[in-house]
Structures are given as structure tokens and as C-alpha cells.
Write a protein of this length. Structure first.
Length: 75
């Protein structure tokens, strides 16, 4: 069997799709946090936007770090 190829591993998701999905999930988390801060915390529109934006940044950063660790392993 000279023409066969060795079996490949599991197919990997491209980095672009991974980053897009992480950004989408972080956006939803930020939106929910902003709405929660506006309704439950009785905050102004500006304060709610800051809470949502901060949630997006923190969630995206942590998710990207975890995804990189899971995808590439320990450096």
C-alpha cells in the first residue's frame, strides 16, 4: 500500500473561525451584562455601556487565552 496516507488527527477549527466565535460569545455576554446593569443596578446608559464593554473585554481576553491553551497546549 504505497499510495495510502497516514491517518490524520481530528480536524481542527481554523483560528479565524475560533476568534469570530469567541468575539460573538463575548459580545453577547457584554450585552447581557449591560442590560442587567441597567435594569437591576438602576444605572445610567453610560454606566451600563461601560459595564457591558468591560465585560466584553475581560470575557474575550480570557476566552482567547483558554482557547489558545486548549488548541496549542502548554508553551
Amino acid at each position: 500500500m504505497e499510495g495510502t496516507q497516514p491517518p490524520g488527527g481530528a480536524p481542527r477549527v481554523s483560528k479565524a473561525i475560533l476568534v469570530t466565535l469567541l468575539a460573538l460569545g463575548s459580545t453577547i455576554a457584554g450585552l447581557v451584562a449591560g442590560i442587567y446593569a441597567a435594569s437591576v443596578g438602576d444605572r445610567s446608559l453610560y454606566a451600563s455601556s461601560v459595564a457591558g464593554g468591560s465585560t466584553f473585554v475581560v470575557t474575550f481576553t480570557l476566552a482567547l487565552a483558554v482557547a489558545t491553551y486548549v488548541r496549542d497546549g502548554v508553551p
